[in-house]
Design a protein around this ligand. Structure first.
Ligand code: SF4
Ligand code: SF4
Length: 234
């Protein structure tokens, strides 16, 4: 075990080079739809593809990565990158200089978004090297990271958790459910996206988003500038 760890540290084979360089090794990202013909929108089950003239525009917050628009006669063009997150367009003032503590809250997730988040402390991603730490206590948290649509049962715990966090604080919504309600809401059982309940600073679409896309969003709320290039998906 010790030998394996030393070998991994020396060769750096088991550690992603992100954020020094964009890491698009196989399996890092499923890619995302970019643009395509208007006819592609008919394949989309969630309304994420909207027709604009002769083209389809992607509302990525609603995309559940079903891949139905990826193949066939009217296929969309895909891009293999991890820079999926977005804010509301206004730059965030830099509030955290060296490290952040993150409180993860499951507001009704199906399990897949949480499974991706659980990869972040693993040697491949090693979020601790970037000064990012997970905390169970909202009193110690700088960032509230929410997965899942806001179910009726979790609405009040979500509000209580946010209220218990000291200022300055940020909210990151992770996954299509947290971004827009996804396939679940808004409905009688849930409010929909986190923005229906709390001010959201950063949204990471995807169903589920890959760990690097979440890492990119966390670095963005820390105010770190990042590479945002990508390349066409295979
Ligand atoms: S991959 Fe996304 S945009 Fe394409 S059909 Fe599925 S939900 Fe719609
Ligand atoms: S975004 Fe997809 S993976 Fe994440 S909680 Fe919703 S359904 Fe599950």
């Amino acid at each position: 075990m010790r030998l394996w760890a030393l070998r991994g540290l020396r060769s750096r084979r088991d550690l992603t080079g992100f954020p020094r360089r964009i890491d698009l090794a196989p399996g890092m990202t499923p890619g995302r739809p970019l643009d395509g013909p208007a006819a592609a929108a008919a394949a989309c089950p969630t309304g994420a593809l909207q027709v604009e003239g002769s083209a389809s525009r992607v509302a990525l917050d609603r995309c559940v990565h079903c891949q139905r628009c990826r193949h066939g006669e009217h296929a969309m063009r895909w891009r293999a990158d991890i820079a999926w997150s977005h804010g509301d367009g206004t730059p965030l003032p830099r509030a955290f200089h060296h490290s952040i503590h993150v409180r993860v809250l499951d507001a009704g997730d199906c399990g897949a978004c949480l499974a991706e988040l659980q990869q972040l402390p693993a040697p491949q991603y090693s979020l601790h090297r970037l000064g990012i730490f997970i905390t169970p206590s909202p009193r110690d948290a700088d960032v509230l990271l929410v997965v899942g649509p806001v179910t009726r049962a979790m609405r009040q715990p979500l509000l209580d958790t946010y209220a218990a966090m000291p200022a300055p604080k940020r909210v990151v919504a992770v996954g299509a459910c947290a971004a827009s309600g996804g396939v679940f809401g808004p409905s009688f059982a849930c409010a929909g996206g986190v923005a229906e309940v709390l001010p959201v600073d950063r949204t990471v679409p995807g169903c589920p988003p890959p760990p690097l896309a979440v890492l990119e969003a966390l670095l963005a709320v820390m105010g770190r500038s990042l590479p945002r290039d990508g390349e066409p998906a295979p």
